[in-house]
Design a protein around this ligand. Structure first.
Ligand SMILES: NC(=O)c1ccc[n+]([C@@H]2O[C@H](COP(=O)([O-])OP(=O)(O)OC[C@H]3O[C@@H](n4cnc5c(N)ncnc54)[C@H](O)[C@@H]3O)[C@@H](O)[C@H]2O)c1
Length: 342
């Protein structure tokens, strides 16, 4: 049995407590939050769980094996390092830290101590993203052309991070998981409409050596909530709508072909193909449940998590690159390739 402590019981923390409470092999023993009103909710729902305003109570408790940090991003590094120094396994919310430097330190420290470090890039554990990765790697789409995402809604405005850190991180992790390729360059435009606050709207383009181009439009200032991704290939294309209750993914047998037949040089050389649409069946287990079981399994067997520090670091590299580009009004920023092992 792995005893878990959770730090941060705001918006996301309660989802972690609920999922770990239902995960075989895991036992939620303590929750920490600075806000005692939130701890009252913990006491009412989980009377046997210790609730404290001081997260150091979890560090000093020899009965706690692993700690999940679900606090604002600006606190991840300090709290995460304290967890590792206390010799406990670490679950860090996305993004893992504010900078690549901090991310590397967390990774090195976890490695050095032989502790498990997982970064909660939840989308990687959804049935939809797993199915898209399976379809892409089967070659069914043919040569990949593009990834195009819209992830917009009204709020929740974050005080410490921009919309890139809050929403585009999902696209960065999904792209990493599906393409197995790190972009070579990023160009981003974005703005904050309210002085002194982080960017609340951004358009980010990622360029890949393979020729794939990826784009994400992320915003906290949209009148409607949209969560859509299109992936286009030479043979087929995927449309993914995360807000669809069922049939989130549709695979279209559509595409274009060009002929370079010299006989047809004066004619339109493009041919269009429109075939069937197929909606594959998806796994329905809650992503956080799959991920919490995976975390416990990694701790028990000493294996590397699918969303470990290496993926977390590559995502932070893209946040840094996109942020630098935004602040340079869309100038191209080249991504250093140290994140992904060859
Ligand atoms: N994986 C996902 O899909 C997903 C979704 C939402 C949020 N998140 C991540 O979860 C983290 C938290 O986001 P949120 O929206 O829940 O924030 P939030 O502001 O709603 O909650 C954060 C909580 O942490 C507490 N806190 C802050 N510092 C603390 C400390 N030192 N000790 C104890 N408690 C402390 C606050 O009192 C607050 O209750 C962020 O990293 C965010 O990016 C992930």
């Amino acid at each position: 049995m792995i005893n878990i402590g959770i730090v941060g019981y705001g918006y996301w923390g309660p989802n972690l407590v609920r999922n770990f409470a239902e995960t075989p092999g895991a036992n939620v023993v303590a929750v920490a939050d600075l806000d005692s009103a939130k701890l009252e909710q913990v006491r009412r729902r989980y009377p046997t769980v210790k609730a404290t305003t001081d997260f150091r109570d979890l560090l000093s408790d020899p009965g706690v094996d692993a700690i999940a940090i679900a606090t604002p991003v600006s606190t991840h590094f300090e709290l995460g390092m304290a967890v590792l120094r206390a010799g406990k396994h670490l679950w860090l919310e996305k993004p893992m830290a504010e900078s690549t430097l901090q991310s590397r330190k967390l990774i090195d420290d976890a490695d050095h101590r032989g502790l498990t470090l997982i970064v909660d890039h939840t989308f990687i554990y959804t049935g939809a993203v797993r199915k898209m990765a399976e379809i892409v790697s089967s070659g069914d789409l043919g040569r990949l052309y593009y990834y195009d995402s819209i992830r917009v809604n009204l709020g929740l405005f974050q005080r410490d991070v921009s919309v890139v850190s809050d929403l585009a991180v999902h696209d960065f992790s999904i792209l990493d998981y599906i393409l197995h390729e790190h972009p070579t360059a990023v160009s981003a435009s974005g703005t904050n409409h309210f002085p002194g606050t982080p960017e609340n709207l951004a358009y980010i383009t990622l360029f890949y050596d393979s020729g794939v181009i990826a784009h994400a439009n992320v915003s906290w200032l949209a009148p409607v909530k949209v969560r859509q991704i299109l992936i286009g290939g030479s043979k087929k294309m995927i449309a993914y709508d995360d807000l669809e209750p069922s049939e989130k993914i549709k695979v279209y047998d559509k595409g274009v072909s060009f002929t370079d037949d010299p006989q047809q040089i004066h004619e339109m050389r493009v041919g269009y193909r429109t075939g069937d649409m197929w909606a594959p069946r998806l796994g329905v287990t809650e992503a956080l449940r799959t991920e919490s079981e995976h975390f416990i399994d990694c701790i028990e067997h000493g294996t590397a998590p699918e969303t470990g520090g290496a993926l977390g670091l590559r995502v932070v590299e893209l946040i840094e690159g996109a942020t630098a580009s935004m602040r340079g009004r869309g100038e191209t920023v080249y991504i250093q390739r140290q994140g992904r092992a060859a």
